[in-house]
Design a protein. Structure first.
Length: 63
């Protein structure tokens, strides 16, 4: 049973997440030769204030 965690900055829509789940499930199912109902995908939405890149928080106006 594959368990996949997707970490993404907050703001993705339910439709975007749904599409990613559909496509990832298909790829993992085919690649690992498992039934789609055995593929689990979890989302972790990261608040921009809790994520930094290139020396700046992503919530900074000039990030």
């Amino acid at each position: 049973m594959p368990f996949i965690t997707v970490k993404v900055l907050e703001g993705k829509t339910t439709e975007q997440k749904s599409e990613l789940v559909r496509r990832m499930t298909q790829v993992v199912s085919e690649s690992f030769d498992v039934e789609p109902d055995k593929v689990f995908i979890f989302f972790e939405d990261l608040a921009k204030k809790d994520y930094g890149k290139n020396g700046k928080l992503q919530s900074d106006p000039d990030a």
